[in-house]
Every structure is written in C-alpha cells, then in structure tokens.
Design a protein around this ligand. Structure first.
Ligand code: ATP
Ligand code: SF4
Ligand code: MG
Length: 332
C-alpha cells in the first residue's frame, strides 16, 4: 500500500550571510535528514524543544519552503517533479494551520470572507456551493452559521481557532499540518479543540501532522510520535512505544518533565533535568547531536552518529548507541 505521505532524507539549510556583500558565512541546519511516513487518517506528532526544526519540517511539507535536499512523496507522487497543474491539485490536499489564529486571520474580513477565501482563490467558490459550503464548514467545526457576518476579533481564542480550522478544511484536504494549534489557548479550551480535531479526523478520514511541545496534549491525540532533536528524528514509534518504552535518553528526559497531577507518582519517578541549552544548529556537535547534554555519553558518541534503528528489538527505532527501556517512565 502506498503511504499518504512519505518523506525521505529531508533537509533545509538556511544560509547565514554577513557583511555588505552578504557573503554566506555558514548555514543553519534547521532540518537535517528527516524521514517520515504517514497513513490516511493517522496522527503523527512531532515533538521536541524549541528550535529543533518542527515548524520548518511542517512548512516544507506544505511547500511554504523549498527543501535543500530530500523527497516528499504525497500519495506516491514526488511533489518536486509534478507539473504546475498537478502540483496545484496536490497542494490543495495538504493544508497548514498555525498556532496564533488571530495573526493569520485578517481583522478586516468577516468569518464568511475568511472561510470562503481559499475557495475563491482556487476559483471554486461558486462550483463548491458558495455560501452553503461556508455554512457547512462552520457547522463542521462547531460554529454557528449565523456568526458568519461577524469579524474575527469578535470571537474568543478557541472560536478563532475553529474559524482557522474551517478555512483550512475548505479545499477538502487529506492532510493537515497543525503547528502548535492549541498552545495559545486556555487548558479547558485546548481539550475542546483537540476533541474537535479527533472527531473531524474520524468523520473526514484526515491525517494530521501535529506539531507540539506539549506532551500531555500529544499523548491525547497521537497514533504515532516522532521526537526531534537538532534537525533530526531521534526516536519514532507508536504512542505506546514512546510513552511507555522510550529508549532514547532525550525522549526519556522530555517525558520526565511532564507534570504529574498525582504528587505521589512524581516522587516515585526519577525526574531527569536536562543540562544546558540546545546547541546551535549552525554548528551541531559531532557524532550524536545529543551528546553535549547526555548523561550516558561515551567516547563513541562523539565519533559516530548513531543510526535510527531498532538496536535492542523493542519494536521501534531510536538513534542512540546505548538504548534501553527505563524501569519507570511516563505511562500511556
Ligand atoms: N527563515 C529562517 N531563516 C533562518 N533560520 C531559520 C528560519 N526559520 C527557522 N530558522 C531556524 O531554524 C531552526 C529551527 O526552527 P523551527 O522554527 O523549525 O523550530 P521549532 O522546532 O518549530 O521551534 P519552536 O518550538 O520554537 O516553534 C531554528 O534555529 C531557527 O532559528
Ligand atoms: S548515542 Fe550516546 S550521547 Fe547520544 S543519546 Fe545515546 S548515549 Fe547519549
Ligand atoms: Mg515552531
């Protein structure tokens, strides 16, 4: 079976330029060799600390950025080799939604205009049912159609996120990239939007690439999880793999930082505090990129980059020379 999305060897390097001649003096390796696969109707989360390349990966997937190297296959077709017309059709099938709905929604447009815009841009507004289609989209995301004449600023954060969602759904995408879609919302509203996203996935067979640094939310919504560090994936597996049997020290550190509601549980658990900041992606460490912060690092870690493989037979891969399943971490 062909995957909905297959990403191979994806790289995005941003040039660093200096001086009046804007000479290139280096590069930021924001995404540095990412492989991903996603099936129809599946949610794959991308997690990791700030600056590890999650948003850049998301923008590459929707072609807001051109990759430096690597392939993006959508429904078996390489986006880079398609004709303009084919590419336009495929691009409509992949949409992105950002964290801050307010910034991405024009304050001078009504809800009706905002949601209709993608249809108009594609010349599909009349063919797709015009105002009826907009009404249907608003109902789909749980907004009252009679609100369509209001402006985005008249709505709460959660409602604005729903307007953004209705707009992202206008062209019937099969894949939605959600970049921190609930991070700007109150916790109670977060849960509503997440449940909405799950319901829509079931009804419409949508696949999500869900970008987040909030592992509690990720645990709730994901089928699979990919953990990123400094531009590459260090561990990937099902939700249960990652939350109950993480083998990479970085994944273990991220999980140990999730707040536990039960104070007894917290006391019983080893909490790992990560030392230092993420190194600069313009000058990543040799060998294993995590070694400058890893409490298990050995000489080999500085010399050889560990491949992303299932070295100890736990059923999912991890990019570490010394992977092990800890006695107690997380809990799915
Ligand atoms: N247009 C750009 N030009 C130069 N550098 C960039 C650009 N976009 C991103 N970067 C750099 O690439 C790296 C990865 O950034 P990215 O936004 O993908 O990280 P992220 O994982 O989404 O982080 P966050 O959790 O803070 O959103 C960072 O070092 C960032 O500064
Ligand atoms: S390869 Fe070495 S430095 Fe990297 S995560 Fe594993 S033990 Fe730590
Ligand atoms: Mg980001």
């Amino acid at each position: 079976m062909t995957s909905l999305l297959k990403v191979e060897g994806l790289h995005k390097h941003f040039p660093i330029r200096r001086g009046v001649l804007r000479r290139q003096v280096g590069e930021i390796r924001a995404v540095d060799g990412v492989d991903l696969e996603l099936e129809t109707g599946e949610t794959l989360s991308l997690v990791g600390e700030s600056g590890c390349g999650k948003s850049t990966t998301g923008r590459l997937l929707v072609r807001l950025l051109e990759p430096t190297a690597g392939k993006i296959l959508f429904e078996g077709a390489d986006l880079a080799t398609l004709s303009q017309r084919e590419l336009r059709a495929k691009r409509q099938a992949i949409q992105i939604m950002f964290q801050d709905p307010y910034a991405s929604l024009s304050p001078r447009m009504t809800v009706q205009e905002i949601v209709a815009e993608p249809l108009r841009v594609q010349g599909r507004y009349a063919d797709d049912g015009g105002a009826d289609r907009v009404r249907e989209l608003l109902e789909l995301v749980g907004l009252r159609p009679e609100h369509s004449r209001r402006y985005a600023h008249e709505f709460s954060g959660g409602q604005r996120q729903r307007i953004g969602l209705a707009r992202a759904l206008a062209l019937n995408p099969r894949l939605l990239v959600l970049d921190e879609p609930v991070s700007a919302l109150d916790v109670s509203v977060q849960a509503q939007v997440i449940n909405q996203l799950r319901g829509l996935q079931d009804r419409l067979g949508l696949a999500y690439v869900f970008i987040s640094h909030n592992l509690s939310v990720v645990r709730h919504i994901s089928h699979r999880v990919a953990v990123m560090y400094l531009g590459s994936i260090v561990e990937v597996g099902t939700r249960a793999d990652i939350f109950t049997a993480p083998t990479h020290p970085y994944t273990q550190a991220l999980l140990s930082a999730i707040p536990v509601p039960d104070p007894v549980g917290r006391a019983e658990r080893d909490r790992i505090t990560l030392a230092g900041d993420v190194p600069s992606p313009s000058n990543p460490p040799t060998g294993c990129r995590f070694r400058t912060r890893c409490w298990k690092a050995q000489d080999v870690c500085a010399q050889e980059a560990p491949p992303l493989i299932d070295r100890i037979g736990v059923g999912h891969p991890s990019a570490c020379h010394f992977p092990e399943v800890p006695a107690t971490v997380g809990g799915a």
